[in-house]
Design a protein around this ligand. Structure first.
Ligand code: ASP
Length: 441
């Protein structure tokens, strides 16, 4: 493994000239920051529009054969504003003409969106005096549209070796026939991870506008403590439950190579941020690493005497869901009871049909649907060693007068999942945070 770093900057870190200057200070402060992956300019203020969204809207008009020149001019203005404020001797006029022409010839929605990172990276490369590498020739998707890591590494690695320092646009690559294809939204995170893997980097720094992950949602608890270190598995559990900072697919390319990801804040470079690592022997500051959750769930509760001795009972219940195309989130069970937790929105259109099917297949004594449920995941590698974690959670919830409707502990002992009424969700998260974090300080 080399000792250099791949650094990715998100849209808010490159939204205007002021942010570009911060990015340059960060990159140039460390000569090991050799490969920079850039997003398209994001929002400068909360009501602002991201360039990517402007490109989608502009292309939608072009594809309809409508006049898109005013929309395109607004995009040109954003880039020209950055160039002139940075005082760069650079003109994107030729690029704009080519892109407009490609829009008029319906070059595709992915091509259109990808121009956001393409143009921004040309500016950043000029500003940093780094090489520019267009990922279209190196980041490859297969015929089926699935990203091809092996092929990409075989093309990208030798190309990176030729550049001491380079800027690479995030978010896109190309298909076998060379047409542009993007990852899903937020996909520059994925590009950063791919470049880190191809470069065999020591670390992948992902610079954004928050100082890493927080133990829980700051809309629920004021100023929650940051998470200093989290493992990939813990992150996956929290992300599944709704915590988002990083694109989910950004984990896989670096994970297998053991390259850690460091989430950092462009606006507060002095903060250490969050380290995402494969394994951590470092004791976490608290027994728990994070708390996340989701609302909008329903439980299908099934009761039948002697259910436990009826062969194929569970399978029959799940067949009823499967037949109706319904996914389930959890399935806590007792001796003569079983619940299946599903998304309320997905259940409602097929609810009657699912219930009829369950009645027909397993002839329950009692069958009901309970709506307005929320799930909370308490995640932490420290829980395996600590005794009494579940006890502490339940006494905290009892103290806050919150009724626990369900509990499920994952077999990895990495998480405990608790079901509560939607109206108790915030209070429950707060009570758990208080008992494990606030009162430990
Ligand atoms: N610009 C793209 C988006 O807005 C990709 C990214 O920023 O990661 O989704």
């Amino acid at each position: 493994m080399s000792n250099f770093k791949v650094v990715k900057f998100g849209g808010s870190s490159l939204a205007d000239a002021k942010q570009f200057r911060k990015v340059a200070d960060i990159v140039l402060a460390d000569p090991n920051r050799r490969y920079v992956v850039a997003s398209a300019p994001g929002k400068r203020f909360s009501e602002d529009t991201k360039i990517t969204d402007m490109l989608y809207a502009c292309y939608a008009k072009a594809a309809q054969g409508e006049d898109f020149s005013a929309d395109f001019s607004a995009i040109e203005e954003r880039y020209n504003g950055i160039i002139s404020e940075l005082g760069l001797d650079l003109s994107l006029e030729k690029e704009f003409v080519n892109i407009k022409d490609a829009f008029a010839h319906r070059a595709g929605r992915d091509y259109a969106a990808s121009r956001g990172e393409y143009l921004n990276s040309i500016i950043l490369a000029a500003y940093l005096k780094f090489d520019f590498i267009d990922p279209a020739g190196y980041i490859k998707f297969g015929e089926n549209g699935v990203f091809d890591l092996e092929k990409t590494i075989s093309l990208l690695r030798p190309r990176l070796e030729k550049s001491e320092h380079a800027v690479i646009p995030g978010f896109y690559g190309s298909m076998p026939n060379d047409t542009i294809r993007t990852f899903s939204r937020g996909g520059s995170d994925v590009t950063g991870s791919i470049v880190a893997r191809a470069a065999n980097a020591e670390i992948y720094e992902n610079w954004t506008d928050v100082s890493g992950f927080l133990i829980c949602d700051p809309r629920i608890v004021d100023n929650p403590e940051p998470i200093t270190t989290i493992t990939y598995r813990e992150l996956r559990e929290l992300a599944y439950m709704g915590a988002t900072v990083l694109h989910e697919d950004a984990i896989f390319p670096v994970r297998t190579a053991g390259i850690p990801i460091n989430i950092r804040n462009t606006n507060r470079p002095e903060d250490r941020g969050t380290m995402i690592v494969a394994e951590s022997n470092e004791a976490s500051s608290y027994v728990i690493t994070g708390i996340a959750g989701k609302k909008g769930l329903s439980a299908i509760n099934i009761e039948k005497d002697m259910m436990n001795s009826e062969l194929g009972f569970g399978r029959n219940v799940l067949r009823a869901l499967e037949k109706n195309g319904l996914n389930f989130e959890h399935m806590p069970s007792g001796i003569d009871t079983m619940s299946v937790i599903v998304s309320t929105d997905a259940l409602k259109p097929v609810q009657q049909s699912v219930l009829d099917e369950i009645k027909f297949r397993v002839k329950p004594d009692h069958l009901e649907v309970e709506d307005d449920l929320a799930l909370i995941a308490v995640v932490g590698r420290g829980m395996r060693k600590a005794r009494g974690t579940a006890g502490r959670i339940f006494s905290a919830l009892a103290h806050a007068k919150i009724n626990v409707k369900m509990i499920d502990q994952g077999s990895s002992e990495l998480n405990i999942i608790i079901g509560v009424a939607t109206e108790d969700f915030e209070a429950a998260v707060k009570a758990i945070y208080d008992i494990f974090v606030a009162t430990q300080q």
